[in-house]
Design a protein. Structure first.
Length: 468
């Protein structure tokens, strides 16, 4: 329905599109070479169709973005906002004849305030660059997606991304205090605040977080910061079954512990990491749990947590003595997705989140699905918040294996919903999961979401075909 509002014949409008854009943009901000624009067609998701952009625009200022949106509104052309395209749902994929609006050149950190504990940034700031910059002031920006060395704050906001530290510090949405947003017609709107507290009006800021560029273009963000925590120490615990590891997770959380990291790797993932890195992880392990504390006395906290792991049946508990050992233990977790990709050459990374109490059921269910479809599926999980990443390994050159991979992916999402979970905890919906979004939120919820979209984007030109 939204797509139908974008008028199909484009020959006349696209012929002079570049000229119209160049009237308000510098020459190097408008890319029309088909070989170049094709490189902006998609993000890192599998099984997500992508169209051919008419043009790619690289704005540097808010005024540039406003000019693009006014032009797009006048010509009724779709606009697909992009960050670093590290996403895993197809949310940044181009549609045929669209304007790709890549915000990577808007990469300035405008302000860091130790007193107010905020940072004001443009959307193209890389997550790791912000983390290092605020660290120089003794501050900490917690959200840390696995792609933090590449992904941008704008993309993190668009997909409401998470990371390894979510169990203690929460996800991106909890750190976005205010936004400047260019609307579909080119108007500039400010939402939220830069104060520690504020409840004036509807919370439009949260509405834009996770909207995947479908409601407006984020051009500035006010982000909350925390004081830099002490360095963390890590513990690794080996378990004879995934069920025992999940029991340990439940004991840890029920016991009131607040680890800064609580990650789980199943036997398939451990084997893949061993084969890739030769780290010498125990071949007998059925599940490996990694936990960390960044408290004033992390060794004592790790000892208490280790005792809970042993009570749950851990066969070996190895606490690190210092930061170097901690980093070594974390290398296994950081290598997991690359290792799984090496199994068959292509992966499809699911992002199902379930209640912590059902984590074991999810992992056991994934094992059954892998056996049914004769596939390798490894599970890594942000165990502390129930966010799992079942990763389907397959040969992209084998049509039958591709079919089985897609079917297994869908069955995992269905399993997540059956267990009281959600189809995505941090990767977003995009193209990949839009049919499943409708199943999760139901017809009334879908109607209300479409109504919100209509208010902000009546012509349906902002990232059409995503979410629903």
């Amino acid at each position: 329905m939204i797509m139908s509002r974008i008028e199909a014949p484009r020959d006349e409008v696209t012929g002079n599109l570049a000229d119209r854009l160049l009237a308000g943009l510098p020459a190097d901000a408008v890319l029309t070479d088909p070989d170049v624009t094709a490189s902006y067609a998609n993000d890192m998701a599998s099984f997500c169709p992508a169209g051919t952009p008419a043009v790619v625009v690289l704005p540097r200022t808010v005024e540039h973005v406003q000019h693009v949106m006014r032009t797009a509104t006048e010509l009724r052309l779709p606009v697909v906002p992009q960050g670093a395209r590290t996403g895993l749902s197809g949310a940044a994929n181009a549609t045929d004849g669209c304007i790709v609006l890549s915000l990577t050149k808007m990469d300035r950190i405008l302000e860091i305030s130790p007193v107010d504990r905020i940072a004001v940034v443009e959307p193209g700031v890389v997550n790791a660059a912000l983390s290092r910059a605020v660290g120089e002031h003794g501050l900490y920006y917690p959200p840390d997606p696995s792609s933090w060395e590449m992904c941008t704050i704008g993309g993190n906001i668009g997909t409401a991304s998470g990371g390894l530290c979510c169990v203690k510090y929460g996800v991106t949405a909890e750190y976005v205090l205010g936004l400047d947003v260019v609307l579909a017609d080119g108007r500039l709107m400010s939402t939220g605040r830069r104060t520690a507290k504020g409840v004036a009006g509807y919370d439009l800021t949260r509405l834009f977080v996770g909207s995947e560029g479908s409601l407006g273009i984020v051009v500035r963000a006010v982000l909350a910061l925390k004081p830099q925590p002490p360095g963390q120490l890590v513990l690794a615990a080996e378990f004879p079954s995934a069920a025992a590891a999940c029991d340990a997770v439940c004991r840890i959380m029920a016991g009131g512990h607040v680890p800064s990291l609580l990650e789980l790797m199943d036997r398939t993932t451990v084997k893949a990491v061993n084969e890739l890195t030769r780290m010498g992880l125990p071949e007998t392990t059925e599940a490996l749990l990694l936990a960390a504390f960044d408290t004033p006395d992390p060794a004592a906290d790790l000892a208490a947590l280790g005792a809970l792991c042993e009570a749950a049946g851990a066969t070996q508990v190895v606490p690190a003595d210092d930061a170097a050992e901690s980093e070594l233990l974390l290398q296994a977790r950081r290598s997991s997705l690359v290792a799984l990709e090496a199994v068959k050459g292509t992966t499809m990374i699911d992002d199902v989140c379930v209640p912590r109490s059902r984590l074991g059921d999810l992992i056991e269910g994934v094992e059954r699905i892998a056996d049914k479809h004769r596939l390798t599926i490894g599970v890594v999980a942000h165990a502390g918040d129930g966010n799992t990443h079942p990763t389907v390994c397959f040969d992209a050159q084998d049509p039958d294996e591709c079919r089985r991979a897609r079917e297994s992916f869908d069955e995992i999402m269905a399993l997540g919903l059956e267990l009281g979970g959600t189809i995505t905890g941090e990767h977003g919906v995009g193209v990949l999961k839009k049919e499943w979004l409708a199943r999760e939120i139901g017809p009334v919820g879908l109607e209300m979401q479409r109504a919100v979209k209509q208010v902000f984007d009546p012509l349906g030109i902002l990232n059409p075909g995503k979410l629903f």
